[in-house]
Design a protein around this ligand. Structure first.
Ligand code: MN
Length: 268
């Protein structure tokens, strides 16, 4: 099995080596990752300039650093290598829970795989301020999750979050009750206004969600889908009486009530 590894923290992140080491027990591993950090870049692709990659060695793994986004890395990496069976992304230094999925570059790498018809799994973990995670206990859970997910062949995209000290694994849904983005105003050294777009802590304890599992020290495994269609809204919209015209051709002029009445009653 060919396993392509990427991330959004950059190719020199310790998280990517930790993931590659586990993956190498499951198949042949190649790392293709951004040359610099691309966190919160979401699913951006580089279309206004060419992308390049340079061969490097990361802990004895064949690796390529790319001057592009996580999605670029997966597109380029799979194109270059040929038949890739699985794309793994991470292990991200910081969780990707709930609505953070919209901004996550880690998840976007897995999503790019899914778009290309390859299974994609994203891994993220907790970080305490200024401290590197202890990857050894996490790696054991990454292996368990891979054992579990490789059996589930229909799951094309999965988001996995590992708490610092996991006590087990839970299937979860995305917590969408709250949003954690916020703007914090400040001043630069010259007294001019500046703004940080940052995150605020959330307390979303809805049982069964990724945030709930993570907060309660479970490894959260969330199967995701690419189809964003709001099914209920679409069903309701299709049943509306006043559906907009399906063509741009001019609609026939509606008969007035008087004319309709006349037609029913016949000529006077
Ligand atoms: Mn990151």
């Amino acid at each position: 099995m060919r396993i392509l590894i990427s991330n959004d923290d950059g190719i020199y992140s310790p998280g990517i080596v930790a993931l590659a080491k586990v993956a190498s027990r499951f198949g042949q591993v190649r790392i293709v990752a951004p040359d610099v950090e691309q966190s919160s870049m979401s699913h951006a692709i580089t279309s206004s300039r060419p992308i390049r990659y340079k061969r490097v060695t990361i802990d004895n793994f064949e690796a390529y650093r790319v001057n592009g986004t996580p999605a670029d890395c997966v597109a380029l990496g799979t194109h270059h290598w040929g038949h890739v069976d699985l794309v793994l992304s991470g292990i991200n230094l910081g969780p990707n829970l709930g609505n953070a999925c919209w901004h996550s570059g880690t998840l976007a790498a897995a999503k790019q795989a899914a778009l290309l018809g390859i299974r994609g799994i994203a891994f993220s973990t907790a970080v305490s301020e200024g401290k590197e995670p202890d990857f050894a206990p996490l790696q054991a859970y990454v292996a368990k999750v891979l054992d579990l997910l490789l059996e589930q062949k229909t799951m094309c995209l999965v988001n996995v979050n590992l708490p610092e000290k996991p006590k087990g694994i839970r299937w979860t849904r995305q917590a969408v009750g709250q949003y954690d983005g916020k703007v914090v105003p400040s001043k630069d050294p010259m007294g001019r206004p500046i703004f940080w777009f940052t995150v605020k802590p959330l307390d979303d304890e809805v049982e069964g969600t990724d945030r709930w599992a993570f907060t309660n020290n479970w490894v959260s495994v969330t199967p995701l889908r690419l189809d964003l269609t709001a099914e209920k809204d679409l069903t309701r919209a299709l049943s509306l009486r006043h559906t907009p015209a399906l063509s741009t051709k001019r609609e026939p002029i509606r008969r007035t009530r008087k004319k309709r009445q006349q037609r029913r009653l016949g000529p006077e």
